[in-house]
Design a protein around this ligand. Sequence first.
Ligand SMILES: Cc1cc2nc3c(=O)[nH]c(=O)nc-3n(C[C@H](O)[C@H](O)[C@H](O)COP(=O)(O)O)c2cc1C
Length: 436
Amino acid sequence: MSTQPLHFSAFIWPNGYHESAWRVVPDDVRGVLGLPYYADIARIAERGLMDAIFLADNIAIAEYRATYLPQTQFDPISVLSALAAVTSRIGLIGTGSTTYSKPWELARRFATLDHLSAGRAGWNIVTTVTPLAAANFGEPFHPDHADRYTRAHEFVDVVQRAWDSWGDGAVIGDRERGVWADRSKLYAPHFHGKYYDSDGVLPFPRSPQGHPVLVQAGQSAAGIGLAAHYAELVFSGPPSLEAAVAFRSNLHAQVKAAGRDPEHVLVLPALMVTLGSTEAEARSRARQLEELASPEFRWQNALYTAGLDPDAFDPDAPLPAELWADQSAPSSRAELLYDAARARPDASLREIAQHVTGGAGQTHFVGTPEQLADHVTAWQDAGAVDGFTIMGSTLPYELTTFVDHVVPILQRRGRFRTEYTGQTLRDHLGLQRPAV
Ligand SMILES: Cc1cc2nc3c(=O)[nH]c(=O)nc-3n(C[C@H](O)[C@H](O)[C@H](O)COP(=O)(O)O)c2cc1C
């Protein structure tokens, strides 16, 4: 039985992760557009001694989505910088795209956040699923899945070189001699690769963590390959316990093959939670959310997350067989949709989409705090996880319940910290600081 402490990250989403959340919470519908909404959630998560809060990013939204649910895809670094000022210990993880950023520029932004937060920054590395992003960024086309991941390896390499462009002891601050920094400790990347060129040092010294914590959520073979090389925190995870154990041991084997230590790669899969003081209450809250869910949204969203354009499909016809018949799926989200179509080739798209749930491939836990504590510890004991990324189906309500009722149970069982013992996100996660 594992005695390692659990780790938790809190996923922030407007009004909660369930698509109907905004229709059931009593709050002002426009409240999600203001800093107090985010600050409130960050403070609750910090009160619960959670390791980090996590902000996703979608750099292109399909217009159909705006019809069904709140859209608040602010720039994550801007939001997290504001949250750095209203919190003092909790980690701040934001998403950044390797396909639609320049590595030196992204390195600078995350290192800035790491400085401003005194060592609490993390970067969720994504390659961006939606092809709509290309037009927003003036790119002629969206690179295919394999190409995106090949570029991502080089991208992360350049980011790390930029983070290492100032040695740890570079700042001397010698007023007498008028020497602020030791030039022999500046290590310009001078990188000229297949996809990227990046020459000079960052315009400020190395950040407190050296490297902001690297996070990854891809579930395909290429995604896991990228995680094995670089990630210190992995958010994806399959829905069943058996599959999650297999996922983690496969990831660990690949981490070892890449010459890294599996102890330094934590797996915190996404888990949507709906809690109640009794199981019946939790079930009734979950039912209410489901009853308000739109079948129209479901089929459009299943296509969109698979990288397809909903406007190009007829929901009352089956998904065209040429998509799924003999070619392999271009991404893990597309695989889920194609599997559903293969299982019911004559069913309409509207119908098969009901079997493809969740934007992030997460599972939905419905129950009491005690039951959730049991679930979390059972998965940890089975070797499936190091903790979870908690996605409240409604926010901040589920998170408040998690913090006030689940955390104390885990603390009583000796499975979760009773105070923060370190300052940085690396400290919370037990990760080493890379030296230069
Ligand atoms: C918890 C979680 C959060 C994610 N957040 C984002 C995000 O913010 N932006 C994004 O473009 N993709 C996000 N993704 C999607 C993954 O990064 C990845 O693109 C997706 O799993 C498909 O890639 P794959 O085919 O390698 O699995 C998230 C996935 C998970 C499981």
